[in-house]
Design a protein around this ligand. Structure first.
Ligand code: PDD
Length: 285
């Protein structure tokens, strides 16, 4: 098992990047995290589509097409020899002058990281995780649109640090108007009286690929599924809470701000959706 890093088409075991890359200096980059099944990327097309959309949103021209990325990712996965991999696709603005102005960055860098994957412990799925509603707000659309997956994650880093201080494993953020948004690297769902609720895209969230799949699965399986706007306090009324994301899949939440959610263990709707999502992953690849 090995780490392989593809830098603009060449595979390396280690990689040093210039400190003058604006990705490093300013978080001026976009990225995707992709999981694998049998070392094949899951939902790669959706991830690549979102990568190009994120790049377009920050006027970053990716110098190659999706086919190029697919081919090089495939080679890098083979070179890694992993059973399963953690894939991170990063496109940075590239090296330029040490000023905020990106116009001197002529060559964006494409980095495909393929690493051995560390899965979340089984106990997280069996017992649920603890989350906290933190005071750090999710960025508003017109500051740094949360639906653009950039390498600027300081908002989320600060939220995670606050959650740690509160004894929680992850943070839930509200937007500047007090409406629920998402976790630090995941989307938020909660269940109230049998209805599955999730903040709508206009609350200021990343349109998660797992979120999209879970919404679809919930609808197909006869659940009442609603996207909308809810104030942070609404979460205290939830019978179940779960987070979704490429690495977390469907992650049950047992405690919110130190108080048990429902019975303080994964609820039946969460567990059903976890099963359905895992089933979908196995079918898709
Ligand atoms: N994060 N919200 C945020 C802020 C995220 O960073 C992510 C993904 C998600 C879930 O999106 P998806 O289901 O497409 O993975 C929601 C990845 C996993 C990360 O940065 O590690």
């Amino acid at each position: 098992m090995a780490t392989k890093i593809n830098f603009n088409g060449e595979i390396h075991d280690h990689l040093n990047i210039s400190v003058l890359d604006h990705g490093f200096l300013f978080g001026d980059s976009v990225y995707e995290v992709v999981s694998t099944l049998n070392n094949q990327p899951c939902f790669l097309d959706k991830h690549l589509t979102r990568l190009y959309a994120s790049a377009q949103a920050i006027s970053l021209k990716i110098p190659h097409d999706k086919e190029w990325l697919r081919e090089h990712l495939e080679n890098t996965l083979v070179a890694s020899g992993n059973d399963e991999s953690y894939i991170r696709i990063i496109v940075t603005r590239g090296v330029g002058e040490i000023t905020i102005d990106p116009s001197s960055c002529e060559h964006p860098n494409i980095i495909l990281m393929v690493m051995d994957v560390t899965e979340y412990p089984k106990s997280f799925y069996e017992k649920g995780i603890r989350v906290a509603l933190v005071s750090i707000k999710r960025n508003p659309h017109n500051a740094l649109n949360p639906n653009v997956k950039t390498g600027n994650y300081l908002n989320n880093v600060l939220a995670k640090m606050e959650a740690d201080r509160l004894g929680a494993q992850d943070a839930i953020m509200v937007n500047p108007w007090g409406y629920l948004t998402e976790g630090t690297t995941s989307n938020l769902f909660f269940v109230c009286e049998g209805h599955i609720l999730t903040p709508s895209l206009d609350c200021g969230i990343l349109s998660g690929i797992t979120r999209e799949m879970v919404i679809q699965l919930a609808k197909e399986n006869g659940f009442h599924m609603e996207e909308g706007k809810w104030p942070g306090e609404e979460l205290y009324k939830a019978d179940e809470i779960f987070l979704t994301g490429t690495l977390k899949r469907v992650m049950p939440v047992s405690h919110l701000d130190g108080r048990p959610v429902g019975l303080g263990k994964p609820g039946p709707i969460t567990l059903k959706l976890l099963r359905l999502y895992d089933g979908l992953l196995t079918k898709k690849v």
